[in-house]
Design a protein around this ligand. Structure first.
Ligand code: UDP
Length: 236
C-alpha cells in the first residue's frame, strides 16, 4: 500500500489517500486537545498507544461480529483503514455517571447505571458538538432512521464486548465515544478510534483515572496512565 496526498488533518490524526481507492492511511499524533480545542498540549507517546490500542480493540470487535474500518497496522503510528464517509454523529455510551452527564444532571460521578445509556451529539466544532436525539438527527439528514437503528445496536454490542474485556484487565469502562462511517455500498461500520482519548477508564479497585481526564483536568501522570492501559492490554 502506497501513501499518497494528505486529505485531512484532525486534532489527533492525519488521514492520507492511498494508491487503492478503497483505503485510507491514518497517522496518529501525540497532540491532545480538550474543551473543543480550547486546551492544547502533547501527550508523549500517545499516538503510538492509541494506534495500537484502537487496532487491538477493533480486531476484538470484528471477532465478535462488529464490522469495523480496520484493515492493517503499518507501523507504530500508521494504519490502513477502509474508506468511509463519516456519519456526523458522536455516539456516546455510558455505564457510570461522569463528565458532561454528571454536570448536566447535577449528579456525582461514579454512579453505576442499571443499564447503559446512549446519546448523540452533532459532530460540528463551530456549534460545539450540540447534543441531539435521533429525531433531530433524522430531521437534519445526518442519518436515516434505519442507519440510526443499526448504529444503536452496534454501539451497545461494542459496549458489551469492551466492558467484558476491560474487566479482565481490572479496568472499569465508564463511558466512551464512537463514530460510524458508511462504505460505498451504504453499509455502516465502526470507524475513528477507541483509546484513552475517547474512553473513560477507571482502575476497578482504586478508581484511579487511566484516560484523557488526567489531561483535561490537569491531574498529572497523563503519560503514565496511557502506558498503564497499554501494558495491561499487552498482558505485561
Ligand atoms: N468524548 C470524546 N470526544 C468528544 C466528547 C467526548 O471522545 O468530543 C468521550 C469522552 O472521552 C468520554 C465520553 O466521550 O469518554 C463522554 O464524554 P462527556 O460527554 O462526558 O464529555 P466531556 O466530559 O469529555 O466533555
Amino acid at each position: 500500500m502506497e501513501k499518497r496526498e494528505q486529505l485531512y488533518e484532525g486534532k489527533a490524526k492525519k488521514v492520507y489517500a492511498t494508491d487503492d481507492a478503497r483505503y485510507y492511511i491514518v497517522s496518529y499524533k501525540d497532540d491532545a486537545t480538550a474543551f473543543n480545542g480550547l486546551k492544547k498540549g502533547t501527550i508523549e507517546g500517545k499516538g503510538a498507544i492509541n494506534n495500537r490500542m484502537s487496532n487491538l480493540l477493533m480486531q476484538l470487535l470484528e471477532k465478535n461480529g462488529v464490522p469495523t474500518h480496520f484493515v492493517e497496522e503499518l507501523s507504530e503510528r500508521e494504519t490502513v483503514v477502509k474508506k468511509v464517509s463519516i456519519v456526523p454523529l458522536e455516539v456516546i455510551i455510558r455505564n457510570v455517571s461522569a463528565g458532561s452527564f454528571a454536570k448536566r444532571y447535577g449528579v456525582d460521578e461514579g454512579i453505576v447505571f442499571d443499564a447503559p445509556t446512549i446519546e448523540f451529539s452533532y459532530k460540528n466544532d463551530d456549534l460545539g458538538d450540540p447534543l441531539l436525539n435521533s429525531y433531530h438527527a433524522i430531521a437534519l439528514k445526518l442519518a436515516t432512521r434505519e442507519e440510526i437503528e443499526t448504529i444503536k445496536q452496534l454501539a451497545f454490542k461494542v459496549n458489551d464486548v469492551l466492558r467484558a474485556y476491560f474487566k479482565t484487565l481490572n479496568i472499569r469502562l465508564v463511558d466512551f465515544k464512537l463514530e460510524f462511517g458508511r462504505l460505498d455500498d451504504g453499509a455502516i461500520i465502526l470507524a475513528d478510534e477507541i483509546s484513552p482519548d475517547t474512553c473513560r477508564l477507571w482502575d476497578l479497585d482504586t478508581g484511579e483515572k487511566l484516560d484523557k481526564d488526567r489531561f483535561r483536568r490537569d491531574m498529572g501522570g497523563v503519560e503514565d496512565a496511557y502506558n498503564e492501559v497499554m501494558h495491561r492490554l499487552m498482558g505485561e
